[in-house]
Design a protein around this ligand. Sequence first.
Ligand SMILES: [Ca+2]
Length: 501
Amino acid sequence: MSRSDLSRRELLEMAALGAASAFFSGCRALPGKGGRPQRPVPARRPPNILFILVDDMGWRDAGFMGSRYYETPNMDRLAREGMVFTQAYTCGPNCAPSRASILTGEYTPRHGIYTVGNSARGRAALRKLIPIKNTTVLARRFVTFAEALKPAGYRSASIGKWHMGDDPGFGPKGQGFDVNVGGWHLGHPRSYFSPYHNPALEDGPRGEYLTDRLTAEALKFLEENRDRPFLLYLPHYAVHTPLQAKRALIGKYKAKKPWMGQHNPVYAAMVESVDRGVGRILDKLRDLGLEENTVVILSSDNGGVKGITSQAPLRGGKGMLYEGGIRVPMIVRWPGHVRPGSRCDTPVIGVDFLPTFLDLAGLPAPRGPVLDGVSILPLLEGKKIPERPLFWHFPAYLQGRNVEGSRDPFFRTRPCGVVRKGRWKLIEYFEDHALELYDLETDPGETRNLAASRPGKVKELMAVMRAWRKEVGAPVPVKPNPKYNPGAGARRGRKGRRRKR
Ligand SMILES: [Ca+2]
């Protein structure tokens, strides 16, 4: 029986009936998909889950990731008390696809959210192919982690950015969260200072700072829900553009020396505001006695924007499928379970959150939805998970003039597919089937394309990627663009040398 045979409500009711009864009646095995027995569901209060997702925060945009420019003492403390994942990935190089996959545990071809807005971005004359049409609203049939956790009695809130539709129906509340503060279709704030002009967020006093406000809303939710399992999803609007920070925090960064391409004092002040919020949340957990039974996760939805920040030595930034666009910082803290100050180099990816949350809650996978990721609970416990390939599918164009690290002067990326398996990463560009093969172990900066010298590896990875595309129904663009003009780039290249972010 597939998802299409069942309504969304039926799925949730089935999950609720099966799991909730087991949850409250002690340990027993639940039937899994195809009648296989699953793990017993323990009769304990499941841990709270507090997931702080920073927007556009680059892989090195924090002290614990090595930055000597940004000051993030609270994130650094979280890192000292938890596990840092050094090879954490998001499923897209920009906001909406990453979020849709984080929330649903499904790769982008399944929900069709491949990019932000239009998939045909950039000048038409420079695009060889008609890209695959993008979806901008997450369909109701998808089961989010808020819905998946309901059978265990979690009270859930989404406080911050949503970017996949509007309530009622397609915002956080339509997708299973009990509380929505500030989440709607827009992917950036109109202003970081109140009035916010956001229909999902009541304005605060004039001049109130959005990051502080979301932190305050999070603290309120923690206080109100201290006595029951909660899922707090805190997707900050920061540190996405517009670059707007509290004046008092900017000055000291102006006096600091740039470090490895990190030099923007306003952006640094925005990072610091998020960090101060993290500190207040950690303090509140401690004050409420919730520290022990709360899993705190901090990560980002895509790489930092080139020109504003830098993830060097990784190549590129937001909007690219190079490591700088898709590798993100990530910490998980869970006292008594995760070894403080530990580090994990195993690659993990956005679709792993939902299965991990189910595992934490002691719930079986809901019947119907496909889970593309795996639970990373074994990694948190210092064990291993079986090696698996990771995939990206980006059948879209993202413009960007002369962005450092990109493959050409007009686009941050052209339509492509990517697979990572072990140390190897293969990129296939759909316009001309050009291939790039990188050995991330010896060349994390993706500077040496080994495709020509390792044909065997290319063949192996292409087969893995093609099989995956077939499995998930990933559409590859093949239709030529009648507006394409091979000479357009040359003319434009001569006269237009202006730089654009
Ligand atoms: Ca983003």
